[in-house]
Write a protein that binds this ligand. Structure first.
Ligand SMILES: [Zn+2]
Length: 197
């Protein structure tokens, strides 16, 4: 929950960043959205509503007080062209872009697995980092049990390259480092926390 939220990026990253700061949506609304997506509607309205924005503002204030963001930082809304969710696959030229639900670091966290020319590249956001590290924070929606499930599931995927939201990139055999994190979770020990070095 650090740098990526400062960058005002449109598209999927913006969706993920906003989800990070906001609570889970009610199920009814999610179902409505799924139908809209299936019908090919482009999603242009604010998917969170005034209540979600108030909750987001509260969480942002906490993060600011904790020093995560500068005191004068303001989170500005991005234009959402298309809302994506876990299991969506987007085809773009020679790229297959797979969206994977990855809760644990926070509710609603998504990662993106790019499939291109026989290689798989994981854009892991704040979920996984080089060295098999994770990002654990004392916040309401950082959930160790969900984190374990997420990392163990990702370790079962073939991942060649890991591009995290922060820090070093892993340009080959990234799966080995992801499996290290998964093994740690399997032994009921949280992997090393990227926030503590
Ligand atoms: Zn985060």
């Amino acid at each position: 929950m650090v740098g990526q939220h400062r960058r005002g990026v449109r598209s999927g990253r913006a969706v993920r960043s906003r989800r990070h700061a906001l609570p889970r949506r009610p199920r009814g609304r999610h179902r409505r959205r799924s139908r809209r997506r299936a019908a090919g509607h482009r999603q242009r309205r604010d998917p969170y509503g005034a209540g979600g924005r108030r909750r987001g503002a509260h969480l942002l204030a906490r993060a600011r007080a904790a020093g995560v963001y500068p005191a004068d930082y303001r989170l500005s809304a991005a234009t959402v062209d298309r809302v994506v969710g876990g299991r969506d696959i987007i085809h773009a030229g020679r790229l297959d872009i797979e969206i994977i639900a990855a809760p644990g670091h926070c509710d609603g966290h998504l990662v993106v697995l790019l499939h291109s020319a026989g290689r798989s590249i994981l854009l892991s956001g704040d979920c996984l980092f080089a060295g098999g590290k994770v990002s654990l924070q004392a916040i309401h929606d950082c959930r160790l049990d969900r984190y374990a499930e997420t990392v163990i599931a990702l370790a079962a995927r073939n991942v060649d390259v890991l591009l995290p939201g922060h820090g070093e990139q892993v340009l080959r055999d990234a799966g080995t480092q992801i499996r290290q994190a998964a093994d740690s979770f399997r032994h009921l020990v949280p992997p090393p926390n990227v926030l503590t070095g």
